[in-house]
Design a protein around this ligand. Sequence first.
Ligand code: URA
Length: 240
Amino acid sequence: MAEDRLDKIIALNCSLSRRDARRLIKEGKVRVNGEPAKEAQMPVDISADTIEADGFDFTPREHIYIMMNKPEGVISASDDKNKKTVIDLVPPELKRRSLFPAGRLDRDTTGLIIITDDGDFTHRMLSPSHHVFKRYTAEISEPLSEESVALIESGITLDDGTECLPARVEAYSENGVNYMALEIREGKYHQVKRMAAACGTKVIKLRRVKIGALCLDPSLAPGECRELTDEELKLLFENE
Ligand code: URA
């Protein structure tokens, strides 16, 4: 793993703010390879250096996994010259050099997105062969017919001939507004919108609410994020 600043590593692994991590270092309560650390900015490598922090069970984590409630109008890319990205919304205490969104949501799609620096994890979560279902709720212009529901469940063919894997779907309406809840285990380009189009309806609003068995934390306001717990990380790979 690449080196990073000690205060950043302490903040991340001890769940402290950067300021509290610096205070801990200043008070001589952090040791690197057995020696008290003097500089908050000193470069350390958590896979090679031994780090101890008094009062904390310092369990080095090689990677970071962040849950974000993606707001509308932000793109799911690592960087962009003109548009705001999900990475721009990550607060400094969770920032790392090589963060990227694990999968894409359209600019106008909201909800659950995972941000990480772990490529293998991302592949496991996104690859259809691992069968991790992603649940979306969509407001749609026309109600889904029973035939459309059956088509989606058996594997719908999109208007350009692309074949989708069998998916789970529920159609419902509330106060005269039509919705569908759709669970897919692949991520073709604009897949939900194109599945809706193949059923003769249009997605008006789209939100991702769940990946595997992990639901979006309802306490996260649009644009907010937090680190996943170890239990939540496991839930991502469990299907219900
Ligand atoms: N399907 C879409 O059409 N858009 C998204 O953002 C995600 C899935």
